[in-house]
Write a protein that binds this ligand. Structure first.
Ligand code: ADP
Ligand code: MG
Length: 657
């Protein structure tokens, strides 16, 4: 027995029924059928008799409802959808009545497609496709798109596609049904030639003339085989097997293309799809562009506002920590607390995080110079005051350590006091003024008040705390100590440390710390709420963009159901389909993301140019977030439609319009 007559496909007791509503309609009933390799078989019967259903089951596009089907002794009921796809790739080539070519691909790419899923390296794939097109008389048509080809030519392209992976078994469903007589006859010649080369050819037809070429005719009626006979007009036409050169060339043992190539392939498909649906993809991308642009722009506006706040409020909320007596503002016993002493000042100065410290004791006293007199706020301070409070001395000098140590009778006055006490032309330096009851020599005049220095509305006179202490205020202890923290020191840690240092010295916590806290907290809080609001708005923008992508992807899946069916028929696995759609949405979102970023940067440029009070600050974080967002949106919103596409059964997808 020639090798060509080995049974290759075997159906035993196969039935198929379709559920329509709650009724189950039997389409195939108890089919027993054995088909041999190298045979040419025609399946005939009236319309609706189940021919296509039978062919789909033979080609593993559909599964039987009951019974067993074996392909080369492998029971297909044991195979999952990916294995079935592999089997389709390795054994079968489909030729459909309506060609089922992908309209956006040129003939050559249509022929190559099954080989892409078989992971054939691209050069080999291309060469094989070209050779097949040549053999089928389509040498000059490789770059034509299907709509630029005649029906007969399209059908020959689909034959080439069926052969590119080997096509041991060619399944043709009414291959001549849509063709004129001449093209139909040519098609039959092609099929006969394939059989002569060793391919198994199974043709579904209701055309007697086509069936006449077969060596075996199987007749279906109402889902049953009613006749199965050798063709009387074509007796003994069994070919002596010369296994096809092409048959079995592909398959698991064929060389595999690398991962890189499969990625390139996925991108190529996406590129083609994008090129063929420009408007739709552009609109989707617009959604993403706006989404990403608003997220990034909003983050930049927020950042700009924060920096602005930091610059204006930041100077107030600087590094100052004030330590006051008592448990808080308005503590009636505070004035009786006498524990804040020069020793505290020394202890605080030794702390690593302290850049400077000064005590402060204040009283409103009368200040006189000759006949002029005024009420001034007299402050006893240390030599550190000027640095801690950021007070500049415009004329003369500030206190030195010696002034403090020697209780020097010297004073530094502010500009208000100078105006009140001295004539505009008089140089105050070296003049003696009476502060309370002590004569003090004026050694300096401060510059304009800064937010950190002292109240502008009052006349301020500064004298060393040692001079002021007992003689002026009648007390050794201070009302408060102000500490300037070193740069980059953590304010709250420093506060904790100050609290413990002083509590230990005082034996109780009889003081409270008023740093910029209240202000800083308000500032932090408003910063947080601004950030929260902005990110909320941004997320909404992104969500809207993402839903846009999902919508388009869903439309795309629905519109391309038949394409998915075709791809599956020629051997695409579920994950190939999933990958294709995910890649598409990812690419859409990434491109959209890049444009979104550019748009945001452009708007930032305009904003900064026209709005003087605030600006947009783009941080690396915002840009990264933009890119990340578009990626996540792409994967997240692309996944659902992609999965839906990949879950379709090939037969179902093919029959949809
Ligand atoms: P043929 O190819 O011989 O014309 P088919 O195999 O396409 O016939 O269909 C056989 C019968 O099965 C028809 O009556 C058809 O209505 C029914 N049928 C085919 N596909 C489905 C389906 N997916 N759901 C329900 N009925 C179907
Ligand atoms: Mg049919």
């Amino acid at each position: 027995m020639p090798t060509a007559l080995k049974p290759i496909l075997r159906l035993s007791d196969v039935s198929k029924e379709y559920a329509v509503g709650d009724r189950r309609i039997p389409v195939l009933r108890n089919i027993h059928l054995t088909l041999h390799a190298g045979a040419m078989v025609a399946i005939v019967g009236a319309s609706g008799s189940g021919k296509s259903t039978l062919l789909n089951i033979l080609g593993c596009l559909d599964r039987p409802s009951s019974g067993t089907y074996t392909v080369a002794d492998r029971d297909i009921s044991a195979l999952d959808s990916d294995r079935l796809a592999e089997l389709r790739r390795a054994y079968f080539g489909f030729v459909f009545q309506r060609y089922h070519l992908l309209p956006m691909l040129p003939a050559l790419k249509n022929v190559e497609m099954p080989a892409i899923y078989a992971r054939t390296p691209s050069s080999e794939r291309r060469a094989r496709a070209l050779e097949l097109l040549n053999r089928l008389g389509l040498a000059g048509r490789a770059e034509h798109r299907p709509h630029q080809l005649s029906g007969g030519e399209q059908q020959r392209v689909s034959v080439a596609r069926a052969l590119v992976n080997g096509g041991k078994v060619i399944l043709a469903d009414e291959p001549t049904g849509a063709l004129d007589k001449t093209s139909g006859r040519e098609m039959m010649e092609v099929l006969l030639e394939l059989q002569a080369q060793g391919h198994t050819v199974i043709v579904v037809t209701h055309d007697r003339e086509v069936a006449a070429h077969a060596e075996r005719i199987i007749e279906l009626s109402d889902g049953r085989i009613v006749a199965d006979r050798p063709n009387p007009r074509n007796p003994g036409c069994l070919p002596v097997a010369t296994p096809a050169a092409g048959a079995g060339r592909a398959g698991p043992e064929a060389p595999r293309a690398g991962v890189l190539e499969s990625v390139v392939e996925a991108f190529n498909m996406v590129r083609l799809e994008m090129a063929s649906h420009r408007l739709r993809n552009a609109l989707t991308m617009l959604g993403i562009v706006i989404g990403i642009a608003s997220v990034v722009a909003i983050m930049a506006v927020g950042e700009g506002a924060q920096r602005h706040m930091q610059e204006t409020i930041g100077s107030l909320t600087s590094r100052l920590v004030e330590i006051h007596r008592g448990s808080g503002w308005g503590d009636s016993r505070a004035s009786a607390i006498r524990t804040m002493l020069p020793g505290d000042l020394e202890a605080l100065r030794e702390q690593r995080y302290v850049a400077g410290a000064t005590p402060l004791t204040r009283a409103s006293l009368t200040v006189r110079y000759r006949s002029a007199h005024a009420t001034a706020l007299v402050s006893g301070v240390g030599e550190g005051f000027f640095k801690v409070r950021n007070v500049a001395v415009a004329v003369g000098r500030a206190f030195g350590v010696d002034d403090i140590r020697q209780q020097s009778p010297v004073a530094v006055i502010d500009q208000q006091a100078r105006r009140k006490l001295f004539a505009a032309t008089e140089d105050p330096i070296g003049k003696v003024i009476i502060v309370g009851n002590i004569p003090c020599t004026v050694i300096g005049v401060t510059g304009p008040a800064s937010p950190e220095s002292f109240r502008e509305q009052e006349l301020n006179v500064l004298i060393p705390y040692t001079t002021a202490g007992v003689r002026l205020f009648g007390q050794q202890h201070f009302e408060s100590i102000t500490v300037r923290l070193a740069e980059h020191e953590d304010g709250s840690l420093a506060e904790k440390s100050i609290t413990s240092v002083l509590s230990y010295k005082h034996g109780a916590k009889d003081f409270f710390i008023n740093n910029k806290d209240a202000l800083a907290n308000a500032y932090d809080e408003s910063r947080r709420s601004i950030a929260l609001t902005l990110s909320l708005i941004g997320s909404i923008a992104l969500l809207v963009g993402g839903i846009g992508v999902m919508n388009i992807m869903l439309v795309s899946v629905t519109e391309r159901t038949r394409e998915i069916g075709i791809r599956m028929a020629v051997g695409a696995r579920r994950r190939d389909i999933l990958k294709q759609f995910l890649t598409q949405s990812l690419v859409l979102c990434l491109i959209g993301g890049v444009f979104g970023l550019l748009l945001a940067l452009a708007s930032g440029y305009l904003y900064t140019a026209f709005v003087k009070e605030a600006r947009m600050v783009f941080t690396a974080g915002a840009v990264t977030a933009g890119v990340l967002c578009s990626t996540v949106v792409g994967v997240l919103f692309g996944f659902l439609p992609a999965r839906q596409a990949s879950m379709l059964s090939p037969n179902e997808a093919l029959s949809r319009d």
